[in-house]
Design a binder for this molecule. Structure first.
Ligand code: DAH
Length: 348
């Protein structure tokens, strides 16, 4: 017949062991075994408690209270451990390792590339001025990239743009588009005037890379065709665009130039942002920076697209996105945009 002293000793032993044993149970299966050992019908607590039946009333009261306290503590610990084991098993299923309650070290957040931000910004200004957005293939044929744009075969103007040729398709010579102007041809051939589009995208030139050149870069083409548009409209649209993009009214200059697909052709310069026109290294002491090419669409281009140049007329322009981004952010080397260098990209 066990005496109350022995029973109390057995209870003390359980009390000294159960918590560490629970902490050692790392899975719900192990915790189940632990529960059976301490709380099960044939478990240690039950067998100690059943042996209390033979004790005197007074002892039973004292020992019973100790036993019940231990039982409640074991039950509470069980609930607590069950939750911990379940959540660690859940995290393991999700592939999470480590202590998820530790403070985070900060997850680096991704963002769009500054060139794409510039492309988006330029596009959204033109959209606000009533332009729609058109698209065209980056692998073009000679017809859309050159011939339809009034580049005569073997004309020296073709040499203005060194071209990456890819394999021919049938008798069509295929190439990586050297500018976004072919989108003008595609849009005019597949729709009816009036047109007022921009065509943002990537273009390719067979060029050596340096601070101001790359073999792949971005342009935003713009063109507007109707029966009344003139050079003054082009000037107004570009002035409004430049003011919105740079956030202030800057003196601009239209300089006569030559493109096969426009007549007259102009190059548009803006007063140098670095020296405000006084002359500096950035503008080669001219006080102006060359920004984009533009002009009135050549009658041959309109007729190549089936439009009667006596009825329809329009303007076009081509914007170099890299050049705009470099001007706005004071970047002096185009290559920085393509290096995926986080210290550079993180500044935008
Ligand atoms: N396509 C020309 C280039 O890449 C840029 C350009 C100039 C586009 C004048 C135009 C334009 O639409 O009117 O060099």
């Amino acid at each position: 017949m066990p005496e109350s002293k022995e029973i109390v000793a057995a209870l003390e032993k359980i009390k000294s062991e159960y918590a560490a044993a629970a902490k050692a149970a790392k899975s719900s299966a192990e915790l189940g075994d632990w529960k059976a050992k301490y709380l099960g019908k044939k478990g240690e607590l039950s067998s100690v408690m059943s042996s209390m039946g033979a004790l005197g009333a007074e002892d039973k009261k004292v020992v019973g209270r100790i036993a019940n306290e231990i039982k409640s503590a074991v039950e509470a610990l069980y609930e607590e451990q069950l939750e911990a084991v379940h959540s660690s098993e859940y995290l393991a299923r999700l592939g999470v390792v480590g202590d998820v309650t530790l403070p985070s070290v900060g997850v680096p957040r991704g963002r769009t590339h500054p060139l794409y931000d510039t492309l988006e910004e330029i596009s959204s200004i033109f959209i606000s001025l009533g332009f729609s957005v058109a698209d065209g293939p980056e692998i073009e044929d000679d017809y859309h990239n050159f011939a339809a744009l009034n580049f005569p075969d073997a004309h020296p103007a073709k040499e203005m743009q060194d071209t990456f040729y890819v394999s021919s398709v049938g008798d069509k010579e295929m190439l990586l588009r050297t500018h976004t102007s072919p989108v003008q041809i595609r849009a005019m051939k597949s729709g009816k005037p009036p047109f007022k589009f921009i065509a943002p995208g990537r273009v390719y030139r067979h060029e050596a890379i340096d601070a101001a050149h790359s073999y792949v870069f971005h342009q935003v083409e713009g063109f507007c065709v109707d029966n009344k548009t003139n050079l003054a409209d082009l000037k107004t649209v570009l002035e409004m665009f430049i003011e919105k993009y740079f956030g202030k009214r800057l003196p601009i200059r239209f300089r006569p130039s030559y493109f096969p697909f426009t007549e007259p052709s102009v190059e548009v310069d803006v007063e140098c942002l670095v020296c405000s026109g006084a002359g500096c290294k950035a503008c080669k002491n001219s006080g102006y920076i060359e920004l984009l090419g533009a002009g009135m669409i050549h009658p041959n281009v309109l007729s190549n697209c089936g439009l009667d140049p006596n009825i329809w007329q329009g303007y076009a322009f081509g914007i170099g996105v890299e050049r705009f981004a470099m001007q706005k952010y004071g970047v002096d080397d185009m290559r920085l945009f393509y290096k995926n260098e986080m210290r550079f990209l993180g500044q935008f």
